[in-house]
Design a protein around this ligand. Structure first.
Ligand code: HEC
Length: 414
């Protein structure tokens, strides 16, 4: 008759894995440099800045009255390279402060950049008035994870001089970037046309398509937009050849092309286990509360099969497993994705939940003693109302922060 329900292996397993994972947590936590991620994270770093000293930047101190090109490199750095580091949009604008220089397409934009990328922006500029001026570059970019903004600026003095009168080395076709670097979403560059040309043909490397790839005629002042895309699942590096006829003479330039597949978000096992435990917790809580007598009807059914003592033992066991799993759930998420958010309001609701259930658990574990002290009625009232109250907080916590409830948050717009 007296069949005790033994603490199963699962019980010990949960405690053992908790200790193991908590000791693993000693990792990470690098003090970060000045970066916009630091307002929320201690260990995730990303920067996006103008790089005037980069060898690919070309910032002459004098330009001739004829047009020249200005190149500015932008460098993105980060400690890792995944989905969270995606710079959705990167924009650099060039200003001539005194207005002595005319800038074609002052504002240039690229999309989808990741740490490790260097983007070189190219502007076609023409001196309008002789004299000195200042070039001012403004960078603005944003990472779509939490809408993190980056900004940077750089200025330097420039002189517009008469020059030797010859239009010099200016090529008939000037591309707006010196390297075409892109990911799955493709990339558009502009070809500035400085001389009348014919039969412009663009030959990208294998696996890459360009639109358009043939332009029969173009006039000075024309701007031809080329869209590079690829459906390849592997990275491609090569050169695009751009050829044309200029006064019936064949000319060509080549541009390096680098296509790399979008960095994938790695599976975050901490998040995954956190989510699985969250769902298990919810189920376990419902079962435990039902066994404990939350539903009168089911309670009568259970009582027909097992003794009250067995029922209470089962309720007690399920509740302790619930409590340990809840601590495990919290621990794994706090050393995982929420390690920098331990004082986030929704995370705090999790601590409140744990405290609430701890009260319920202690009240249950020492039932006999407590009943002796305060009486059965009060004991039951406390046990019942603290359970339901905590359940309410637990559900609020889940709805506000749980990945599985993102849809509800979306619908409710919270
Ligand atoms: C406004 C606060 C905030 C800012 C700013 C922020 N993050 Fe996060 N980040 C979060 C939150 C909240 C999570 C956890 C939830 C999630 O997965 O979205 C997170 C999760 C992450 C994760 C996955 C978990 C991990 O740490 O491995 C990465 C990686 C990450 N952020 C990188 C960045 C980078 C890089 C920046 C700067 C460009 C940044 N974050 C800026 C709030 C922020």
């Amino acid at each position: 008759m007296k069949k005790r329900i033994h603490m199963p292996l699962l019980h010990k397993f949960i405690i053992a894995s908790m200790i193991l994972l908590l000791s693993l947590s000693a990792v990470s936590s690098v003090i970060s440099s000045n970066n916009p991620c630091a307002q929320c994270h201690r260990s995730n770093t990303e920067t996006c800045s103008l790089d005037p000293t980069n060898s690919q930047s070309n910032l002459p101190s004098t330009i001739q009255i004829q047009s020249s090109s200005i190149k500015m490199a932008v460098r993105i750095n980060g400690d890792r390279n995944n989905y969270f580091y995606r710079i959705a949009k990167l924009q650099v604008t060039l200003y001539s402060m005194q207005g002595n220089i005319d800038i074609k397409n002052p504002q240039q934009t690229v999309t989808d950049c990741y740490p490790g990328d260097t983007h070189v922006f190219l502007w076609q500029v023409t001196g309008v008035t002789l004299g000195s001026d200042t070039f001012h570059f403004i960078l603005s970019a944003f990472n779509s994870h939490q809408n993190v903004d980056f900004s940077d600026s750089y200025s330097y003095p420039i002189v517009v001089s008469q020059g030797n009168g010859s239009s010099g080395s200016q090529t008939a076709v000037e591309p707006s970037a010196s390297t075409i670097r892109f990911h799955e979403n493709g990339e558009t560059i502009t070809l500035f046309i400085n001389q009348p040309i014919e039969n412009l043909e663009i030959n990208p490397p294998r696996g890459i398509t360009v639109q358009p790839d043939i332009v029969p005629l173009a006039q000075p002042g024309d701007e031809i937009k080329l869209m590079f895309t690829s459906a390849s699942t592997t990275n491609i590096q090569g050169t695009a050849t751009i050829s044309w006829l200029e006064n019936n003479n064949p000319r060509e330039i080549t541009l390096p092309v680098e296509y790399s597949t979008t960095p994938q978000q790695p599976i975050d096992y901490y998040s995954l286990i956190g989510r699985i435990t969250a769902i298990s917790l919810l189920c376990l809580l419902i079962v435990s509360m039902i066994v404990g007598g939350a539903s009168k009807r089911i309670n009568t059914l259970i009582k027909k099969r097992i003794t009250t003592k067995q029922k209470n033992e089962l309720h007690c066991l399920l509740s302790w497993i619930f409590f340990e799993l809840a601590l495990f759930h919290g621990a794994i998420l706090l050393i995982g994705p929420y390690r920098d958010f331990i004082w986030n309001t929704n995370v705090i609701l999790g601590y409140v939940t744990a405290t609430g259930f701890f009260v319920v658990a202690v009240n249950g574990r020492f039932m006999t003693t407590i009943i002796h002290l305060i009486g059965a009625d009060l004991w039951r009232t406390i046990h019942k109302y603290v359970s339901w109250g905590t359940l309410f907080i637990a559900v609020t916590h889940a709805v506000l922060i749980g990945t599985e409830f993102a849809l509800i948050r979306g619908v409710l717009n919270i």
